[in-house]
Design a protein around this ligand. Structure first.
Ligand SMILES: [Zn+2]
Length: 340
């Protein structure tokens, strides 16, 4: 399993070693959480002030329960002044991304190391979604400045031994023309765009569609939220007659948060880079797996702008039954129901 090997690589575990269990992964996660809290307390003016205000002593965090008592980070905190989150000097930042929604405009900064790491995480995610050496991937994502999402995807496909072609223009006709001439094995793009594009193809060019024979469609959620139901997802699967993989990522966490596996029973969390909690949005209390609540994420692996206990506003639940794919170590979340 690629996700497991990604985690084992990062844990410096021998791939031939015995199986990665939840117990081993939790030990690793707890260590990462303790380290990140200490790190932000020392390096980030925002967290130093917040933790002093709440009397947080980073050395006193002994277990997940202690960690879950830490104050939350809100989107408005970042909107107020993102520079106070930085744990490195401004000159070490290679790329900033802007997020803008009802919670204001936020800048999220990344170092070069972090961007390289994101490419690698993306590559492992793509492999889970059937990307094999030699495959061509049509990337339906608008082009941005250097190190934009389009470039991260292109580079991740290249590293996996395939060829990524960015089709920047999202107009349906252009996307279809490109599919016809490129004959890619995989199509990747924002969930809602892929949904409307698929419907349009089915309605206008059903015969072309049958010839294309895609292996996988990867749909991405998170950076911008819109309602997307399981039925819409099912429709994409029926139209292309291929596997559909969901991906969830938000800029604040470095994009690669969770990815669906071939068992298609929810998305496995990338527990190398994020630690997830689900809370009652009204009381802030931690909820049991299986209970719907707000997703709270901590970036465990960042040096530039780590964010601890970030309230995403995204409503989901942790899945409380084992996945058929055989990965018993990582936890899974359901598709995001709505954003608060
Ligand atoms: Zn699975």
């Amino acid at each position: 399993m690629s996700l497991i090997s990604w985690i084992q690589n990062n844990m410096r575990m021998d791939l031939q070693d015995d199986k990665l269990t939840r117990e081993k992964l939790e030990k690793y996660l707890l260590l990462k959480l303790k380290n990140i809290v200490k790190y932000v307390y020392e390096k980030s003016p925002f967290y130093r002030e917040l933790y002093r205000k709440y009397g947080v002593k980073p050395d006193r965090i002994r277990d997940f329960k202690d960690f879950s008592k830490l104050p939350f980070t809100l989107p408005s905190h970042i909107a107020d002044n993102p520079y106070r989150f930085l744990c490195v000097s401004q000159s070490d930042i290679l790329r900033g991304f802007t997020v803008e929604d009802v919670n204001g405009m936020r800048r999220i900064f990344f170092t070069e190391n972090e961007l390289i790491h994101i490419v690698e995480a993306t590559m492992f995610g793509l492999r889970v979604a059937n990307l094999d050496r030699g495959d061509v991937v049509q990337i339906a994502v608008p082009k941005e400045a250097e190190w934009g999402i389009h470039q991260i995807l292109e580079e991740a496909v290249r590293k996996a031994g395939g060829k990524g072609v960015v089709v920047d223009e999202l107009e349906f006709k252009i996307q279809l023309q490109s599919l016809e001439s490129l004959r890619p094995q995989i199509l990747i793009g924002p969930a809602l765009h892929i949904f409307y594009f698929s419907e349009w193809c089915e309605e206008n060019f059903p015969s072309i569609l049958r010839r294309l024979r895609l292996k996988s469609v990867i749909i991405s959620h998170g950076c911008v939220f819109y309602p997307f139901t399981d039925l819409m997802r099912e429709e994409i699967r029926n139209i292309w007659e291929c596997e559909v993989f969901d991906h969830y990522g938000i800029t604040e966490m470095g994009f690669t948060v969770a990815m669906e596996c071939p068992a298609h029973e929810g998305m496995h969390l990338n527990e190398v880079d994020v630690y997830a909690e689900v809370i009652d949005p009204n009381t802030g209390e931690i909820l049991e797996p299986g209970v719907e609540g707000e997703l709270v994420l901590t970036s465990t692996n960042r040096e530039g702008m780590p964010i601890v206990r970030y309230r995403t506003g995204d409503i989901t639940r942790l899945i409380d039954r084992p996945c058929q794919c055989g990965d018993v170590a990582t936890r899974r979340i359901e598709n995001i129901k709505y954003r608060l």
